[in-house]
Design a protein around this ligand. Sequence first.
Ligand code: SAM
Length: 246
Amino acid sequence: LFVSDPITPGCEIELAPEQSHYLEHVMRLKPGTPIKIFNGRDGEWLATIAHLRKKKGTLAVDRLLRDQIVERGPMLAFAPIKKQRLDFLIEKAVEMGVGTLQPIVTAHGITDKVRLDRLHAQVIEAAEQCERLTVPEIAPPVKLLDWLSDWPENRHLLFCDETGSGSPIGEVLSQLLAKRAGSAIDNVNVVNHAIVIGPEGGFSADEIERIRKQSFATPVSLGPRILRAETAAIAALSVFQDRLGD
Ligand code: SAM
């Protein structure tokens, strides 16, 4: 269970009303039940439900189970897609070790609206489920072209291009690993990579041209078929996890 408070031995943690409701009525847990908690900073702890009733709950913190680990991960830049598919994309990206989620507004995107509070709740739920000790960051939505203009010097962009202009993503990542020595960009530092996936309608011709022109961008292929945006995100992250992941 994710808690936002600091966790120290012997401390008591007050649960949010919705967490209390979830533990009492969905999980049907009772006071005295042990539960694992984390806050993204202090590691994983064993706690006991001290009190749980009517949307109020407290936990008594017992002992440290796992030290905090640094879970580095690439950025995933994605154009918001329809709700259910976006939910799926977010959940799987968290499981696959994404470090930062960056919504991008593109010409063919179906919407430029994303509910960041909703995304945040989903990210926490997915992190709890897969027992990550960190919660990926969610950056505020940004227009694709502005995002490209403000590019940090040391970041590398893996541009998922379904038109086949790039080499297979696994090959590109393996070559980066091989070239690591003497490279100006620390290409193997996973947080320096951003994977960009287009919307349902793909990137516009202008956007593709603009991305291709950037010296920091490498077009990559995810195979000969056109994948749905959420499938493309999972495929790219799973190959990334395989080649460069912790
Ligand atoms: N119309 C489908 C949908 O509703 O999701 C297909 C969307 S596809 C155009 C969305 C994005 O996935 C593309 O912009 C690209 O970034 C990525 N993508 C899909 N298939 C790919 C492939 N074979 N190689 C590289 N990227 C791919």
